[in-house]
Design a protein around this ligand. Structure first.
Ligand SMILES: NC(=O)c1ccc[n+]([C@@H]2O[C@H](COP(=O)([O-])OP(=O)(O)OC[C@H]3O[C@@H](n4cnc5c(N)ncnc54)[C@H](OP(=O)(O)O)[C@@H]3O)[C@@H](O)[C@H]2O)c1
Length: 244
């Protein structure tokens, strides 16, 4: 199995990679921190990975994406799974008062992902097989006051994936939108944790099962589908007064 892991040093990506390493997958890893990337590569080899190649880059540099993804494809020779995991959780208040902050958040969580999907799709289309899986978020389901800039970026990606899924269907390419709820990872280090929180390992298990079984839109854990359906059903005249 040949896997391209984008944002490979994210807690969720690492947990996913460990599962595939035990299945003796070959990896191409993309991340921006060289030291953490090397640590991950060493860990995956110990766990059974067949081969590892990697490249260090800032994923918001969209001008490099075409070449980077082609290099990954060349190294792997074929592409069974491309999983996009990078992201940041911006400070909502700063984004509201300073557009540069909002732009940064929209670039990393939205536009860079669309650019990567574009390049990966071209390869999978020609290949006539493979899965493109993207970690979005339940935050994209409705614009909530505490995180609507992040939510807007994730929502854009989810909408994009809905259309792309249909476009790639005739080419035997599968597109999965994975929407985690609250996950205890470096991204949420400063948050108080409660019963609705899950671990990167739990999310990773569901990501792998969803790819195996060709699901299309996955809430992780599954109860977030019910929570978000309820949130979506709140009438706007009430919702606009809620700070949830
Ligand atoms: N944690 C949650 O509650 C939660 C909930 C829903 C969805 N998600 C989504 O799940 C995905 C994984 O997040 P996580 O929870 O595993 O958090 P994480 O461990 O903090 O991972 C985020 C990763 O994104 C990378 N990254 C950020 N900006 C980048 C850039 N410009 N170029 C390259 N890499 C960049 C970070 O790299 P560095 O390590 O170098 O900083 C980090 O490895 C994200 O898309 C996130 O939005 C998370």
């Amino acid at each position: 199995m040949k896997i391209l892991l984008i944002g490979a040093t994210s807690a969720i990506a690492k947990a996913v990679a460990r599962i595939y390493a035990e299945r003796h997958a070959s990896f191409y890893l993309l991340a921006r921190n060289e030291e953490r990337l090397k640590e991950l590569a060493d860990d995956l080899i110990v766990r059974g990975a067949a081969a590892i190649n990697s490249q260090v880059l800032d994923l918001t540099d969209t001008t490099s994406h075409a070449e980077v993804i082609q290099n990954a494809h060349k190294a792997l020779e074929e592409l069974d799974i491309a999983l996009i995991c990078h992201g940041t959780l911006p400070d909502q208040e700063s984004c509201e008062s300073d557009f540069a902050q909002a732009e940064k958040a929209l670039n990393v969580n939205g536009l860079s992902v669309v650019s990567l999907c574009t390049e990966v799709s071209k390869i999978l289309k020609v290949q006539g097989s493979g899965t493109l899986a993207v970690i979005t978020s339940v935050a994209g389901d409705r614009g909530r006051q505490p995180n609507f800039v992040y939510g807007a970026a994730k929502s854009m990606v989810s909408t994009y994936l809905q259309g792309l899924r249909g476009k790639l269907l005739p080419y035997n390419v599968h597109v999965i939108d994975i929407r985690p709820g609250l996950v205890d990872s470096p991204m949420t280090a400063g948050f108080e944790k409660g019963p609705l929180w899950s671990t990167p390992e739990l999310v990773a298990g569901k990501v792998v099962r969803s790819i195996d079984s060709k699901k299309h839109t996955v809430y992780v854990p599954g109860y977030w589908r019910i929570i978000m359906a309820f949130v979506a059903s709140i009438p706007e005249f009430i919702f606009k007064r809620l700070k949830i």
